[in-house]
Design a protein around this ligand. Sequence first.
Ligand code: 26V
Length: 810
Amino acid sequence: MTMDKATFTRKFCDRLLLVFGKKVDNATPLEVFQTVGLLIRDILKHKWKKTEDMYQQSKERQVYYFSMEFLLGRLLYSNLLNTEMYDVCKESIAEMGFNFEEILSQEHDPGLGNGGLGRLAACFLDSLASLELPGHGCGIRYKYGLFQQKMVDGYQVELPDYWLEEGYVWETKRLDKTVEVRFGGEVKTSVENGRLSFHHHNYERVLAIPYDIPIAGYQNNTVNTLRLWSAESTSNDFHFHSSDRNDYYHYLDYKQSVEQISEFLYPDDSYFEGKLLRLKQQYFLVSAGLQSILRHFKERNQQLSLIPDRICIQINDTHPSLVVPELMRLLLDEENLSWEEAWTITTKSVAYTNHTTMSEALEKWPVHMMKSLLPRIYMIIEEINERFCQQLWHDFPQLRDQISDMAIISFEQVHMAHLAIVGSSSVNGVAKLHTEILKKSVMKPFYTAFPKRFTNKTNGISHRRWLLSANPNLADLISNIIGKGWIKEPKELIGLLKYANDASVQEQIAKVKQENKTKLANFIQEHYHLTIDAHSMFDVHIKRLHGYKRQLLNTFHILHLYQVIRAHPHVDMAPRTFIFAAKAAPSYHFAKKVIKLINATANKINQDPIARDKLKVIFLENYNVSLAEKIIPAADVSEQISTASKEASGTGNMKLMMNGALTLGTLDGANVEIKEMVGPDNIFTFGLTADEVLAFQERGAYRSRDIYNGDQRIRTLLDQLVHPFLTNDDVEFKDIYYNLLYNNDEYFVLKDFDSYLEAHELVEQAYRNNQDWLKKSITNIAHSGKFSSDRTISDYASEIWNIHPISIQE
Ligand code: 26V
């Protein structure tokens, strides 16, 4: 159903009047945005209903992607493209006298995720719908998303992100789909008809209310659903008319404790802390999601044994791994199946993706916490553990001495990764190297026992969001050169390869890149009052701030260049602009110090006339999807410099490559596969390999102090940290100094420094050869099709989920 411009404009004016009581001449940009959103939502609604009906009738399997995070980004632009309303809307808006970009920017970017894991979930939803696959998201509607980051005197300050302030135009509250989730209480057992049964008493009742968001496919009729759950209280258990005056206060206490559950997103993506509220969130998501899926299933099917034929539950990291005992509970206690029947259904239906090997991020819940918050769930986990350990003992004699390492419960902790592996039929890593590390080290005994369960699914990104929408001029240029086929078949980007040496194509690519760089430079000028040279090389390091991502290594390189310029003011150097953006977890002291260091470095260098024509450094605040969309199209160099073995995959690396940036990276995560695709001439790699890092760690053979002692450049840099050089005091950065020298530099920053500098020199040389650089850039774009999430999702669909497209007829 497309619409012409006159109809759109008429509908727009009617709606504006109806909803806001306004005429076009006095509507605010926000009102215009919301009115357009409502009109597009109307268009989606019809397709949404059709899709639901078709799925309901179909016997095909459907996948439910359970994730604590969905980092969607703004939806208006992509919904306009998907519904083919972009041109009509843009022209109509302009004719009515509004600035289209300003209208788009009114949409609050929902920050319901920390970083890669949440954004991956959003790219997957996009690809599922665009490939006409029956797949839905299941998550939490946090009232507050990831904090907003402000810089005050170079320090990160966190502000709450109340993203729902103006309402969210894309969501629909579905009160009729409310379910109840139970916490705490006691479980009593009794024997009924010769069968042990379990009764849960004195629990706290929490209502889970779903809010559905339509996920539209690209120019097709599929509209899938992202269902986000919100926790609400019920007054049913309180008797306000009773003589006990405290009842009212008890009610208020209860209400507050319930509403806390979906209040905020935990702002950490790398360090596990056993916080009760987080466990509550996880069970809330899992229980609400599963109950709703089962209810829906039972509307069409009588036979529960058909569940695995119709339903697949993918869990995004271990955060939703309570699906295993919760599905067991529903099948055992509510549906009266036997343990064996329930276990077969559960394990056949659940699949688990691992996103990190870092031990400090692995979830281990204290037994006492699990037992008191989720008494029945804990009993089921105990039983799963018991049976699993028995199975190991009987079926895998070679693993007998490792049973305590593999147990789900050990040392008074519940190991969620073990629960997830044992309770599912598929375990996957997110890049080849990552999966190999899982198999060879982190999950080795599990791999020995269940080798077929393990597979790799290298991550991908939505090329529609990260190229078509974020970089429309490059997208148009590509379509002019190779046709539009790549939008539906991203592999067709490879057609660009034969133009890598074509001078005219190179020139056009360069022109688009330059326009994007100028646009970003203008943004920086406007918001930061910093003038950067739009013709300098844009070197971009954007991702969460973490020790292993090594923003510190990048900063050391910049400080080293500055050192060189100070020593040789006329040194011949390609002018460079270093761009950072990153949020640090609020309690991650070291990461926050690195932010301060970057800002102090920027301050020093940007103000020094000696470096004026050669170096600029800028830290852009509040990194989120919308900011990434501004930076990525303008990047020349993509910094992917994690300590090898630590970055499971990375997805920013793919976004930047797809936009023509060249990767400067370690052989870590998906960088390895990027190198395989583009070849060694079109990427700059350096540093220790994953095997070397793991060997150093195992043998304890690295001594950072030796490097400090042996390398004058490093001594100068580190000593500057503890002298009044970047700031007026000498203690500001002492923690970084101590971390490197006294804590032995956990992430091998000093070890890789020399090799990193060499790689940078090669980057500079290559950049100076403009034609060669453009050839490399085009080669990167051409090979980026492999990293589209369409490819990833097709792999999941055929190798894990066994789902097939369902074409929705108009
Ligand atoms: C962990 C935690 C731990 C405690 C509290 C909250 C919280 C929230 C999220 C996480 C997830 C950490 C794992 C993660 O984000 N991994 C990233 O996943 C990306 C997608 O697969 C991948 O590209 C990145 O390399 C990987 O670091």
